[in-house]
Design a protein around this ligand. Sequence first.
Ligand code: SF4
Length: 571
Amino acid sequence: MPTISILDGYIDEPTCLGVPPYISPYPRYLAGAAWTFDKKSTLFYVTIDQIRKDKTTLDTLAKSDVVVVVAGTSVPGRYLSGLPASPNELVSIINSLTKPLKLLCGPAAKTGFGLGGGKHVQNIQSVEGVFDLIITGDGDIVLSDLLHQHLNIELVDPAHCRSDPHMIQKFAETGAQIVTQHPFYPQYLIAEIETYRGCSRSIVGGCSFCSEPAKGTPSFRLPKDIIKEIHMLYMSGVRHFRIGNQPCLFSYMANDAGKKEFPKPNPDAIEQLFKGIRSIAPNLKTLHIDNVNPGVVARYPKESRRIAKTIIKYHTSGDVAAMGVESTDPIVIKKNNLKASAEEVLKAIRLINEVGAVRGQNGLPELLPGLNFVCGLEGETKNTFKLNYEFLQQVYNEGLLLRRINLRQVIPIPGTKMFSVGDKLIRKHKQEFHRFKRLVRQNIERPLLERLTPKGTILNDLYTELYEGKTTFARQLGSYPLLVGIPGVLPLHTFLDVNIIDYGYRSLTAVPFPLNINTAQRETLESLPSIGKKRVIRILAKRPFTSKEQFLACFDDPEIGKKLLEFVTFT
Ligand code: SF4
């Protein structure tokens, strides 16, 4: 019985996230393939961050018979809780292992390593020599083949893919328990859930920059199968889920998928899925979504409205319908075969706002749009930046809410149409891109943030993640969490509620809520509105306070003290 280690170097694809606190389906399905082959298989799961922190973790890998590395960020972002494995790092780790068979799977094996927006993908050749097998198909299927072939790599096809999603169902269920080995398990781990792969727009070639059309037309997992997998994850202790691994959730089980570019959504299937998840995971803490095609929402408002209402009925608040806008310039839209016009995107934003802008239990609106723009696409001119900026201004001027604006530069991924165009427009418009980004941050994002979370908003259940100087950074769990800086050094890895007191361009400043005035740190007190350093010195000298009157008496201006009463407690 072979011993198998899974090294999670983390993945980030347009339709799937596996950087902590997320665990992607890749390692879970791999574990399932091994345990389906032999339920007594010994399996170790380690993350690249664990290896960085503790080199002795490598001993476990060195003793294994097989080491499978999951890696590759085809759309790299900025991460707070984990750093994806770099090609050089993998070469050094894998070179140090002599005994095991070494396999690489994930986006890195298929298209190479994305190093950052606007940069060329680093070719797989940079790591190829150190691995015994580069799996260009599905890692779980190929691992299963390898185990059945007594680890003889000559007898397996590294490009073998599942022909039907049902082929991985047993893997998905059986592999769920690997989550217990994740360093963030159980309280800070989000399981990314797959509903389908492939894009309906692949029949018209798909968007020029996207690798998803290479997976063909949609191939759906059945609601009962997804529910069963979530049940197994829930039984293993997971409480946070994101239905994020698909190109467009609103198109899940859509009628005529594979025949029409924009198939009609199927609200009943989504109701069945979400209702089913809630019934088998009644005490889940997070149920969020990702990826919604604005072209679908604009074409089918009646069905989309129903779907948005269903999601809100069963999910947890603070949810985001992330929409790929890419560009609002008609020339760029046409040349890159993008999915929606500016008018269609606006319709979709209005619809999601109409249904989802109501504030929910965690302090944020229930469901809001997030917008993704991609710069450097074919046909882009200086006017493109102007049109995109004017579009965002219009969204703001209409009083709409957005949860997120993501501006990135295209990565010319091998196998996509953008690969032949390359990075020439990224280089040409480098200055325009940075200017556009700056203007959006200053004039759109920050005012939107103030509209989204007015001062005094209470946000619940933030998890403290790290310090920067004397500021503690914390986030809620779920899709695209807002980054909150809390002045003061608070205990890490704990949950707390906060009160919003100020804004950065892309982050919020807050103090713990309620704030115990007798134990609060100096930095936290100094950040309170209108208080100033001198009053803080007086408060520190006169602590502890046992009553409001005592507290107010230490203020030169009692009105300032009265305003602070809504923030503070004395015990
Ligand atoms: S609609 Fe475009 S961006 Fe979205 S998955 Fe399909 S090809 Fe990719």
